[in-house]
Unconditional design. Structure first.
Length: 197
């Protein structure tokens, strides 16, 4: 089967008290797992069964008759990318190449943080906020549902899940508080630097 549930890159309680173990247990073990299970059912016996998840996403994007496959495959990829976009003891100002690039392309960390949080806050309903590389420059994007900026040619560097299931147990309706915790305590700048490299 082409779609797989990867292990979390840290323990279930490693992001507490910002994102607690119960949230990660359900988000990874139930939500992420369901996208894997449902996606595999849909691609079984099709041309997509032997493809890499990125290739499934690109091949099905924008095709109404392939929406089920796209949604599940993209959600599998997005969640794996999201787990790596956070780390215990992360957050705060970046270092390395991504820091210089944020200064050069986005007007500095404070402006980045404001605009990234704004993208998350203004994504109506379910979706994702992204830091991407697009035409050699950093950009901030938001996407609805399972959509991923890679289908428009951008390279994701960091993502933040703003579906309610990502934060409801820890923050209830307070999406801005979850986004602040993500930026101040969780975001994994090492991963952004790797992706930028
Ligand atoms: Mn999610």
């Amino acid at each position: 089967m082409a779609l797989e549930l990867p292990a979390l890159p840290y323990a279930l309680d490693a992001l507490a008290p910002h994102i607690n173990a119960q949230t990660l247990e359900i988000h990874h073990g139930k939500h992420h797992q369901a996208y894997v299970t449902n996606g595999n059912k849909l691609i079984e016996g099709t041309e997509f069964a032997a493809m890499k998840v990125e290739d499934i996403i690109k091949a099905t994007a924008g095709k109404a008759d392939k929406a089920g496959i796209f949604n599940n495959a993209a959600q599998v990829w997005n969640h794996t990318f999201y787990w790596h976009s956070m780390k215990p003891g992360g957050g705060g100002k970046p270092t390395g190449a991504i820091a210089a690039k944020i200064d050069a392309d986005l007007g500095g960390y404070d402006k980045f943080a404001q605009e990234f949080a704004q993208a998350g806050a203004t994504q109506f309903g379910s979706g994702w906020a992204w830091l991407v590389l697009e035409n050699g420059k950093l950009a901030i994007k938001k996407t609805p549902n399972a959509e991923n900026p890679m289908t428009a040619g951008a390279k994701p560097l960091i993502t933040m899940d703003v579906w309610e299931h990502a934060y409801y147990l820890d923050f209830q309706n307070r999406r801005p508080d979850y986004m602040k915790a993500f930026l101040d305590h969780l975001v994994n700048w090492d991963f952004a630097n790797q992706n930028l490299g």
